[in-house]
Design a protein around this ligand. Structure first.
Ligand SMILES: [Zn+2]
Length: 190
């Protein structure tokens, strides 16, 4: 299973579509494992990932059919989406406005001033990597959805990942995670 898994990871992310959907399928896999408080991924988690990836690629499923982010945003209350602090909250743009991130609900989350200024205009994953952290799954999902919507709109889904390098997009496609930490190291929200 482990070898099989490594092969999949190597094979499936050459185009933007494959990379984004592979990451999204991993996210769904992680979601089911965290929900069940699993320490490790099991065969059925990998199966969920494989099926979802296939259906996203062949277009029989799309990301809109899966989740209801706005509801979750309301339920998780007013706290920093990165560290959980309830003090000095501000609205943070997931996609930096400097690179065209819009001032709309999908792109806005609560963040404390400390996280907000530390992140600045950096890509979410670049900032998280620099702090050796992995984002809460709900934030990662919102971030992936923004990237997928952006790439569909800009007709980038069938480009190769390398083609998006150094392009001043509000995200760095090469940072999009394709290898997720074990479920016991992940959380849904802060
Ligand atoms: Zn914070």
């Amino acid at each position: 299973m482990i070898c099989e898994d490594r092969k999949m990871i190597k094979r499936e992310y050459k185009t933007v579509r494959e990379r984004l959907f592979w990451s999204y399928a991993n996210l769904a896999m992680a979601h089911t494992a965290v929900e069940r408080s699993q320490d490790q991924y099991a065969a059925f988690n990998y199966m969920i990932r494989a099926r979802l990836f296939k259906r996203l690629i062949d277009g029989t499923m799309n990301i809109r059919t899966l989740f209801d982010d706005e509801k979750i945003k309301l339920l998780s209350g007013q706290k920093c989406s990165y560290c959980g602090s309830k003090d000095n909250l501000a609205l943070d743009h997931l996609f930096s406005q400097k690179y065209g991130g819009r001032d709309i609900g999908d792109n806005l989350i609560y963040a404390c001033r400390t996280c907000n200024s530390s992140k600045g205009k950096k890509d979410l994953m670049e900032w998280m990597d620099s702090r050796r952290m992995f984002p809460p799954l709900m934030i990662l999902r919102r971030y992936l959805k923004l990237i997928i919507e952006f790439c569909i709109q800009e007709n980038l889904m069938d480009s190769f990942v390398e083609d998006l390098r150094n392009k001043n997009y509000p995200f760095n496609i090469e940072r999009v995670p394709i290898d997720f930490p074990k479920p016991n190291l992940l959380k849904m929200t802060t």
